[in-house]
Design a protein around this ligand. Structure first.
Ligand code: NAI
Length: 368
């Protein structure tokens, strides 16, 4: 064990994340660059993790979140940034992977000053990192960032050019992936009649529920926000379950669309869905949780493969390429990658998470 690992082990781990080595996650390639930023005037405490620029500038959203401690924030940034490298590589985008997290200041704070300071931090990286919305951040926040740096996307464009909130595109990609998985894994002819449990009815989950309802699926839903549950019950005839119960719902598909680490040592034995396919980043607490699902015969589709619709949207916006139709077509190719993944899984006999990780690493190495 070297000194760095010793130090990492000595640091206290938060309740649900293991200790974080400072120079890379276990078993993964280390991050190229990690920026810790503070700004006393605005209260900004942010981490920008640039995992890889091998395929192009690191592209990934900015999360505003309350963390148990700084180490939990660092772990989140590192894991999310690496996930973006994998996501962008599998989606065939000319970008590397990065992610930013802003530690939510305690009490009231000046949101505009906070995001202006964050924008200056992004600018200081000179284009190595491009940011956009993520959990806890909005289009309006990105407008503030835009005043400080051009390296930001996810903004409505003047004159009708393509751009804006990526969430509907993320939801469409997850829908396409669910459709492909139902056909390939359960031999169904379509989504019609399938039962799907949507955990989290936020920007992505509500759009996903709408697509599923329109396609004739039966919905089971949960959210900690009761108003969102009521909306889904009214609009889609959904059955409401508690946030604790939905992971164990007896359905065809479980679609986690809330937060990460929902698939862990405690929850995996309770999963009764035949397929897990949702938008939430970092659904597996540990890679071994994916192995455990595989051993139980549950098909887990890796989050970074199926939730790439949003990054495709902000990437095309940033490149000034495409329009609504062409971006939707590009997002729909997620279905083809689900089919290819399942072929690889059948060939290799390993859990889909392991197979997809290696597939993404191949693409990172070859830069194709
Ligand atoms: P959001 O913040 O709009 O929605 C999250 C929803 O989950 C909220 O309605 C919240 O009340 C609910 N929630 C929180 N804790 C819960 C719990 N314990 N049980 C049930 N519901 C709970 O976030 P958004 O944008 O919809 O993203 C959802 C997930 O998808 C996140 O993990 C995000 O990182 C991921 N994602 C989002 C993308 C996007 O385009 N918005 C792109 C790729 C990934």
């Amino acid at each position: 064990m070297n000194a760095i690992t010793d130090l990492a082990r000595a640091l206290p781990a938060s309740a649900d994340v293991p200790a974080t080595p400072l120079f890379g996650l276990p078993g993964q390639t280390p991050h190229e660059r990690v920026l810790l930023v503070t700004d006393a005037a605005s209260g900004l405490k942010a981490i920008v993790a640039v995992h890889s620029t091998a395929r192009g500038p690191a592209f990934g959203g900015c999360r505003l979140w309350h963390y148990a401690d700084d180490l939990a924030a660092l772990t989140d940034a590192l894991r999310l940034a690496q996930g973006m490298s994998f996501k962008n590589a599998l989606a065939g985008l000319p970008f590397g992977g990065g992610k930013a997290v802003i530690v939510r200041p305690e009490g009231s704070f000046d949101r505009e000053s906070l995001f202006a300071a964050f924008g200056r931090a992004v600018q200081s990286l000179g284009g190595r990192y491009i940011t956009a919305e993520d959990v806890g951040t909005t289009t309006d926040d990105m407008r503030v960032v835009r005043r400080e740096t051009p390296h930001v996307s996810g903004l409505p464009r003047d004159g009708g050019a393509f751009g804006g909130d990526p969430s509907p595109k993320t939801a469409w990609g997850v829908f396409v992936a669910i459709d492909a998985a139902l056909r390939e894994h359960l031999d169904r002819v379509s989504v019609e009649g399938a039962t799907v449990a949507v955990q989290g009815l936020g920007a992505v989950g509500m759009h996903l529920a709408a697509h599923l309802h329109a396609a004739g699926a039966k919905l089971v839903v949960a959210d900690v926000n009761a108003a969102r549950v009521d909306e889904a019950v009214t609009r889609f005839g959904a059955t409401a379950l508690s946030p604790e119960a939905i992971v164990a719902a007896d359905v065809d598909v479980l679609a986690p669309c809330a937060l990460g680490a929902v698939l862990n040592a405690l929850s995996v034995p309770r999963v009764r869905a035949k397929i897990v396919c949702g938008a939430a980043n970092n659904q597996l607490a540990q890679p071994e949780d994916g192995d455990a699902l595989h051993a139980r015969g549950v098909l887990y589709l890796p989050d970074y493969l199926v939730n790439a619709g949003g990054i495709v949207s902000v990437a095309r916006e940033h490149l000034g390429q495409g329009d609504e139709q062409s971006v939707m077509r590009e997002v729909s190719t997620i279905g083809e990658r689900v089919v290819e993944l399942l072929e690889r899984v059948r060939r290799e006999g390993r859990a889909p998470g392991r197979v997809a990780d290696d597939w993404a690493r191949e693409r990172l190495a070859s830069r194709l």
